[in-house]
Design a protein around this ligand. Structure first.
Ligand SMILES: [Zn+2]
Length: 371
């Protein structure tokens, strides 16, 4: 069953967070004359909002007001000391917290409280309304943030706060599917020893990247204690594309979620696996994202009375991110005649198994012609 509506939760204060300019996401380089905007720009989610307002599915998008979180709601996941640290950091702007490179500037605290509160409002909506799919269109993203520290441009883990909220409000088990191109390490670490939260992450294989990100994202990270078997990492090679993601979703994610039998499915729906993303290398197009949305909705309908929450994460191509989120929404809504992808490369071209196979094939043809 498809959803007839997608409820989108929005609060304008999420635009107040400005990570500034530099050498891409790092400090400005003295070797460069022009500093460029940090990739986690407000513009990327303004464009998602825009396409959902202007596209053909706009009549099926139900806009709802977000809100700021109460501090006690954030502390459902984060430690009080860490919340204090974030608030204090804003008094010395701009600053990079926890040695993670994550920027806090003037306006960031308003933005992170709005992002967390809007996500809590979205999950409360899902729990209170029959067969509701809801989307928290927020920033900065959250899935790298651990209970006690920032990581990877993430300050508060909005999704994890929503999961804790759901568990406090009658859900017995929650399944998280993270298809952001980066490993959802903060969510993984936050629920690693828990049997009531299944965390699945599909991501490109970056491995650990420092003291704030010790998790590798490899398949041997399976949970511990009561949570043993409740964490499932699916590293997908660079260049995987639509078909590989569909296969992973259909043949790995779906059966694992079915076995877990959740009361709520939460998606970390970052779009940075798209083929134009400056931070991602996995080359999905709109059709790939549409399939992910379709399967997510089918699982929610089959297993948990349609209760589905989508949380915005990464996605840094300012234009194509919006098109890819639009495709996810089409999948959730079961749109019969979806939008044609205006920027796709020709997906009908058959891909060789590896670049080496492609080079071998060219070599064979060249030798045959030469020969
Ligand atoms: Zn990401």
């Amino acid at each position: 069953m498809s959803a007839s509506k997608l409820a989108v939760y929005w609060h304008p204060d999420v635009l107040k967070h400005d990570p500034g300019r530099g050498c891409y996401e790092y400090e400005a380089s003295p070797l460069m004359e022009v500093a460029e905007p940090h990739p986690e720009t407000p513009e990327r989610i303004v464009n998602i909002r825009s396409i959902l307002q202007r596209g053909d599915i706009s009549g099926q998008v139900d806009w709802r007001d977000g809100r700021h979180a109460e501090r006690h709601e954030i502390e459902r996941f984060h430690t009080a000391a860490y919340v204090d640290e974030v608030i204090e950091a804003e008094k010395h702007p701009p600053t990079r917290i926890d040695g993670s490179g994550t920027v806090v500037d003037k306006g960031s605290v308003d933005a992170v409280f709005a992002a967390a509160g809007t996500t809590v409002a979205a999950v409360e909506g899902v729990l209170a309304t029959e067969n509701l799919a809801a989307y928290a269109l927020v920033r900065p993203p959250g899935h790298h943030a651990a209970r006690h520290m920032a990581d990877g441009n993430c300050i508060f883990n909005n999704l994890a706060i929503a999961v804790e909220t759901a568990l406090q409000n009658g859900c017995r088990r929650v399944a998280v599917i993270d298809w952001d191109v980066h490993h959802g390490n903060g969510t993984q670490s936050g629920f690693y020893d828990r049997a009531d939260v299944l965390t699945i992450s599909m991501h490109m294989p970056l491995g650990a990247w420092g003291p704030n990100h010790p998790e590798t994202g490899e398949i041997d990270e399976t949970g511990e204690g009561d949570g043993q078997g409740c964490n499932f990492n699916i590293p997908l090679p660079y260049g995987s594309g639509d078909q590989a993601y569909a296969k992973a979703m259909d043949e790995l994610v779906a059966p694992v979620v079915r076995d877990f039998d959740p009361d709520l499915i939460v998606i970390a729906c970052g779009q940075d696996a798209n083929q134009f993303d400056p931070n991602g290398r996995n080359l999905l197009g709109m059709s790939g994202f549409r399939h992910l949305g379709t399967v997510a909705r089918e699982l929610a309908s089959e297993l948990c009375a349609g209760r589905l929450l989508l949380c915005q994460e990464g996605g840094y191509a300012i234009t194509y991110t919006g098109f890819c989120m639009y495709a996810v929404a089409e999948g959730i809504l079961g749109v019969a005649e979806p939008m044609e992808d205006p920027l796709a490369y020709d997906a009908s071209i058959e891909k060789p198994e590896t670049p080496f196979a492609a080079i071998d094939e060219v070599g064979r043809q060249w030798r045959a012609l030469a020969g």
